[in-house]
Each structure stands twice: as structure tokens, then as C-alpha cells.
Design a protein around this ligand. Sequence first.
Ligand code: SF4
Length: 64
Amino acid sequence: MRLEINNKYCIRCGLCEDLYPDLFKRNFEEHCMDVLHDELPAELEERAKQAVADCAVAMIKLVK
Ligand code: SF4
């Protein structure tokens, strides 16, 4: 599994990095949010699901 952010519609609120710094990082150069893991470690899957639920504009996806 991996996380994806739709950076076209992400509002850059920063919540995902604030709550899940082990999953996301602000990219100031490209004005977007980066996903830290290409392949999600199994131990982070529950946190990733929570991050999906917490994004106010539903722009985080968990894909298999
Ligand atoms: S929580 Fe959602 S809207 Fe906010 S920065 Fe993260 S992906 Fe973008």
C-alpha cells in the first residue's frame, strides 16, 4: 500500500504533517506536500488510514 496526495486540490493546511510527521512533509520548493514512504510500512497502515480520514478536503488516498 502507499499514500497519495492530490496536490492539485490540497489546500496546504499542513494538518497531515503536523499530525503525521512520519508520513508527510511540506515541500516548500515545489509548494506541495510530499509523501515520505513509496511503500507504506505495515506498522504505519493504521496511522495512514487515520490521516486519510483527517484530511478536511479528502485529498489523501490510500492505494494498493
Ligand atoms: S491535510 Fe489534506 S489539505 Fe491539508 S496539507 Fe494535508 S493533504 Fe493537504
